[in-house]
Design a protein around this ligand. Structure first.
Ligand code: UT7
Length: 331
């Protein structure tokens, strides 16, 4: 595709529910310790929804904040893409529900199911719609309520997940603008799809008394196999975009990776030989919020003044599929 325009991230926002689940709370629920969780994952606490909250309830306030930051009104949007695997319903898409909440209609709205890189995949898609001139301002959200599909009897997974939403506006950049989405690469290796899966609830295994009894509507994961894939795939995705843009790791101002495990983030940092001060981490506060981790971390770092206009930011993610991807932007 020959791009007619450049795309940029023009605004960000995030929202997490008030309720907090700490490692000490988890100690009371399952056979684990604060020490194990901290040292094996880097997590300390995570925000979790109450029973009555669904994905669009988190996505909506996050989107309003992103619109405000971009100095736009909802009516300025011409597309909504939501990366999620835990939407309000199996169908319709959470993007359509969000469209209604924003008081909008008559433009494309759809969800992207790509596991934890859901926001990154969505940003990659939005970039293309902006570059080819089809859209001018796209709301791209990563939202997840994994705690409602978590098996709280499985200590291997239940300590990891939190809920949250991160929203971004991807807009057409002016020609004099230095802000721009420079490049992105996404891929998948479906040969290992069963390593991270919610087995029941789809057409392969519709809901039944048996599926509920066996907890098959919750997340199953082979953590240590995913661990190895995580480091390798994110490194390779980052390498592709850096080489394509003739960039050395020293020119990157900030690295924002999926927040799944502190040891994964550190291992990637070592492999890439990036200065650890350039790596954005907030895993201790939110745990793994899947597709929301990167847009939440980006928004927090912008609002705290850490990341500034003009900075070069490399992002990378991996997850269920198994999917992975990278995104290179100048803010
Ligand atoms: O975003 C979605 C993608 N998924 C991920 O990013 C997950 C990637 N994987 C991981 O983050 C790590 O593999 C985990 C945190 C899930 C597990 O850490 P690990 O270092 O790979 O541990 P392990 O599964 O090899 O288990 C080591 C030991 C086992 O005990 P034994 O068999 O050595 O006696 C586990 O039973 O740790 C035990 N264990 C726990 N102990 C206390 C597992 N979970 C817990 C726990 N508390 N919560």
């Amino acid at each position: 595709m020959i791009a007619k325009y450049n795309a940029k991230i023009s605004g960000t926002g995030h929202y997490v529910p008030d309720k907090i689940l700490t490692n000490f709370d988890l100690e009371k629920m399952i056979d684990t310790t604060d020490e194990w969780i901290r040292t094996r994952t880097g997590m300390v606490e995570r925000h979790v929804v109450t029973e009555d909250q669904a994905a669009s309830d988190l996505a909506y306030p996050a989107s309003l904040k992103a619109l405000e930051a971009a100095n736009l009104k909802p009516k300025d949007l011409d597309m909504i893409i939501v990366g999620t695997i835990s939407g309000d319903h199996p169908f319709p898409s959470t993007a359509c529900i969000l469209q209604k909440k924003l008081g909008l209609k008559n433009f494309p709205a759809f969800d992207v199911s790509a596991g934890c890189p859901g926001w990154l995949y969505s940003a990659n898609i939005a970039k293309q719609f902006v570059e080819n001139g089809v859209a001018k301002n796209i709301l791209v959200v990563g939202v997840e309520i994994l705690t409602k599909i978590t098996n709280y009897n499985d200590r291997n997974t239940c300590i990891l997940f939190g809920d949250g939403a991160g929203a971004t506006i991807i807009s057409r950049a002016e020609s004099k603008d230095i802000s721009r989405i420079i490049d992105s690469e996404i891929t998948a290796d479906g040969t290992h799809y069963e390593l991270l899966i919610q087995e029941a609830g789809g057409s392969r295994m519709p809901a039944s008394k048996e599926s509920v009894k066996k907890n098959l509507h919750t997340c199953y994961m082979e953590g240590n196999k995913i661990f190895k894939f995580a480091v390798k795939s994110m490194d390779s995705m980052c390498d592709i975009v850096m080489k394509r843009n003739k960039l050395d790791v020293t020119s990157i101002d900030w690295l924002i990776t999926h927040q799944a495990n502190m040891r994964i983030i550190e291992a990637l940092g070592r492999k890439m030989r990036i200065d650890s001060n350039k790596v954005i981490v907030n895993i201790e506060k939110y745990g793994n919020t899947s597709s929301a981790t990167i847009p939440i971390a980006l928004d927090e770092a912008i609002r705290s003044g850490k990341i500034r206009h003009g900075d070069l930011i490399l992002m990378a993610s991996f997850g269920a599929g198994l999917t992975s991807g990278s995104l290179l932007i100048r803010l």
